[in-house]
Design a protein around this ligand. Structure first.
Ligand code: MG
Length: 388
């Protein structure tokens, strides 16, 4: 049974603002959520304990409740110092078997594989620490002056997670050590004389301390979304009968023909709706707006596109490009094309310059050419919407 204690009890005074650092959004979700997710998705971890400041405990509980993590996540109240908070988290770990990991909530970029390597090293050596080499030359300074240049080959910066056999960490906390000055758990087990294995971090595992850190982390965090555009294709055909007006592209064209249909029979709006639904892999117009449903009898087909665009937005997409062809012998469509483009622009939220509508005749042949029917085809490109 391996448990990860995620310490989120700090007040983040260096970060500024009213929101405690662990609740600040990173790529749209709290930093703490990112950190918990890393341990939740690591196969070497069985359960998670989050240590939260007393005043934030309800916020953390609701965050954990809403996130639906796969593993059990317990929330406990932190203490006045780092060591007290870890101690409270450790008190929630039952027994003395297995490995306990301690992690700073402010390190959301830790890699799942690095977590696994720390667990493996702790299992083998009893204690392990994720650490990174130093890039800067390090100086010992006194009174504002350099006293010594320290060989940085011998130095690494200790990160988290730090992993221990449960028994060892419990012994460290039970021993008579000065917990108030401990800034990490390794230093406690080092004082017991235990060896701590170093695991070199393979990814940027920065601690988010300032607003600048947050900007850097934003550039690195993966948001888990599919950013590939999606293309959709739609067609429609309706019979023509004597009457009028003829609805095409949302325009009621004064004419001696009208489309036969359950709704207003607007082939262009139906084809565009099908293209949007097709790009989303969400069936077709018939599966969303059944022609057996009295609700849609004589319906203005604009509602179909509006619903399809809403569905796209719900799934994280916007219409990015639209190209369509209307096949109709008469009347001439060209005088109405710009009005149709304007209507489609309003319906899709796409600027008019990205909307193309062309018109073809049937050269006097077949159902189109003999004005027994009209049809339309449409292609749309959907882009992932920003900021979701
Ligand atoms: Mg139709």
């Amino acid at each position: 049974m391996n448990t990860a204690i995620i310490v989120a009890a700090g007040t983040g005074t260096r970060f500024g603002g009213d929101t405690p650092k662990q609740f600040v959004a990173l790529a749209g979700r709290p930093i703490l959520t990112h950190s918990i997710e890393k341990f939740d998705s690591c196969d070497a971890v069985d359960s998670i304990v989050v240590v939260a400041a007393k005043e934030a405990i309800e916020s953390v509980r609701s965050l954990v409740g809403a996130a639906e993590f796969a593993k059990p996540v317990e929330v406990v109240i932190g203490g006045a110092t780092r060591a007290e908070s870890t101690q409270n988290g450790l008190n929630a770990v039952k027994g003395s078997e297995g490995i306990v990991l301690v992690h700073d909530a402010a390190r959301p970029l830790v890699s799942v594989d690095d977590i696994r390597q720390v667990v493996r090293a702790a299992e083998e050596f009893g204690a392990a620490c994720l650490a990174a080499p130093l890039a800067d030359t390090v100086k010992r300074v006194a009174d504002g002056e350099i006293r010594e240049t320290i060989d940085r080959k011998q130095l690494m910066s200790a990160q988290t997670p730090q992993g221990f056999s449960v028994d060892l960490l419990k012994r460290a906390f039970a021993s008579d050590l000065d917990l108030a000055t401990a800034t990490d758990e390794c230093s406690l087990v080092e004082k017991l004389g235990a060896n701590v294995k170093v695991v070199a971090a393979t990814s940027l595992n920065m601690k988010i301390t300032t607003q600048e850190d947050l900007k850097i982390a934003e550039a690195f965090v993966a948001d888990g979304r599919d950013h590939r555009p999606r293309i959709g294709y739609g067609t429609d055909l309706h019979r023509l009968e004597p009457g009028g007006p003829l609805k095409v592209g949302g325009v009621a064209i004064d004419c001696d023909l009208q489309a036969v249909g359950h709704s207003d029979g607007d082939v262009l709006l139906h084809a565009v709706t099908d293209a949007i639904l097709g790009a989303l892999s969400e069936g077709d117009i018939g599966s969303h707006f059944a022609d057996s449903d009295e609700k849609w009898r004589g319906a203005d087909s604009r509602v179909f596109i509006e619903r399809a665009v809403e569905l796209a937005a719900d799934l994280g997409f916007v219409v990015g490009s639209l190209d369509a062809v209307i096949d109709l012998e008469r009347p001439k469509i060209r005088p109405f094309i710009d009005e149709m483009r304007q209507i489609l622009s309003e319906l899709t939220g796409l600027e008019i310059g990205r909307i193309s509508i062309k018109a073809k005749t049937g050269e006097g042949m077949g159902p189109i050419g003999e004005s027994r029917a009209l049809s339309a085809t449409a292609t749309v490109l959907l882009f992932p919407s920003k900021g979701q």
